[in-house]
Design a protein around this ligand. Sequence first.
Ligand code: HEM
Length: 155
Amino acid sequence: MTAYSIFLTIHSLTRWAVLITAVLAIVTAWQGWSGSVAWTTTKARFASWFVNTTSIQLVIGLILYGALSPITLKAFSDFGAAMKDSAIRYWAVEHMTMMLIAVALVHIGSGRIRKGADDKAKHRAAAIFFTIAFVLIMASIPWSGVNVRPLFRGF
Ligand code: HEM
């Protein structure tokens, strides 16, 4: 067991926490936006769980990216060559960029919820920002293709 395998496994498993909290936060947001429904503490809790799981995932991702992944470390040694290799480019640029945007949207959405003038505005902010972030996250997880990874990785 190496630091790389431990962090990669945690990053792989935390993906499920991200997705579950995303679905809870998004479904309750859309349900509330469609009517005059109160923004409850349960909804606020789902939103903050989604913020927390994506933040944890961001930190682990940054550690993998900057210090542990042999793929990104190889890319840094010759970035020009890495850009020509689609598998390396995927991890060195595409996954990281899309996930950073998604995490930023989750945080912006959370700020908009806090500042929302009324409950409808809070539901709307959660529904819009969290849904776009979720779509980006789903699209940037290597479910299939040349970079496919296991759904559940063991230590
Ligand atoms: C919500 C955010 C994220 C999700 C859901 C996510 C999901 C994943 C998944 C499922 C894997 C494959 C793990 C495996 O091999 O079993 C992975 C790998 C990886 N992710 Fe993320 N990720 C996220 C954010 C990030 C961010 C922000 C970064 C970088 C700043 C990052 C960097 C990496 C790296 C470097 C790898 C591993 C490459 C290797 O195999 O060496 N991830 N990620």
